[in-house]
Design a binder for this molecule. Sequence first.
Ligand code: ZN
Length: 444
Amino acid sequence: MRILAKYGHGMKIDCLGADALSDRLEAKRDDLVSLTQELVRIPTVNPPGQNYRDICEFLARRLERSGFTATIERAEGAPGDSDRHPRWNVVARREGASPGQCVHFNSHIDVVEVGRGWTFDPFGAELADGKIFGRGSCDMKGGLAASIIAVEAFVEACPGHPGMIEISGTADEETGGYGGVAHLAEQGRFAHVDHVIIPEPLQKDRICLGHRGVWWGEIETHGQIAHGSMPFLGDCAVRHMGAVLREMEDKLYPALALKRTDMPVVPAGARQSTMNINSLHGGQAEPPEDFTGWPSACVPDNARMIVDRRYLIEESRDEVVREIEDVLNGIARERPNFSYDLRELWSVAPTMTERDAPVVKGVAKAIRDVFGRDPDYVVSPGTYDQKHIDRIGKLDNCIAYGPGLLELAHKPDEYVVVQDMMDSAKVMGLCLMDLLTSQQKAPE
Ligand SMILES: [Zn+2]
């Protein structure tokens, strides 16, 4: 089966074209605002992962009204999944009039905790000054709403389109995505998909090609417990950890700062290897808040540090581990009684979609049409669900593209600008038109 018609040439495909799409979108502005508000008003805070079922049902109802078939499924047994906080996901699909390519929009439904410093109701979704305020408005319910409106406008403008459109709302992106996109990918839900757009808040005129890699590890130093008045009878694990910190400051951090990347990471400060010390624990645990006594006098026999190392496409995971082992082994050679354990907690390889990949070209063309200029190509400093689509789903024709400013994500008074959602919905709609109606599926 081959699709011969191109949009605009109007041979076989029932499609009214780009102007009709714009008109349909413009008519949906109020709908876009209320849809975003309704999504923000469902507090899907993660952890622990609240109201996932509610938001999935809301999305399923909405998309079924637009001719989609929706399924809601639980990632049973995934990390974080429990009967109290089940990990629900929704996948909605609309089949076109004839075979063709499949374009999938994936958004995460979870939001991070509220935190302090809000002047707006975090779940009120108030519209003020052309912006919608609320937790998740920017990251990324605004992007989800924009993709839904884009798809609905496209379907109205091109009711006889070929191919298939999918929209998924998935759990747990903020905590690794294992109960969300990773689960769907493991179920083979991306096997038939040709193009994936993740409407994360990367800005309406930028295309995010991928992300740096991540390596999380735990370093443990060992000591010997003794009475704190006679520390020489024990061995202080915290002092050993101090030696680790010193060596990192003297050698590792300067070395990381010298490793530059050709990946167009934004902000530019992340165009190098980085490492955050996520946490440090040594000695007695913090007492309960209502405890009014003093600590007991003990030499700590254990200290633990968790590091969050972000690495570049020019580096490998093995290199990253070796560098840390070198630091630790160097100390072990010189420092009496120094012993350590090093555990890998989590590792994700860097990924970067090629600029000539079909989905990149499709979005770039639409950005040129809407804004009259070339897009900026960027790479995210942190990972997002693209990692699972790439690694488990084996699909590298995937990008992040959506409205909103990344800098607002996770902050108090987070907002999304309505016009930005409208503009990016237009880009998504035009891109759909391009990908579905002007390309051929290879003959089976
Ligand atoms: Zn996000």
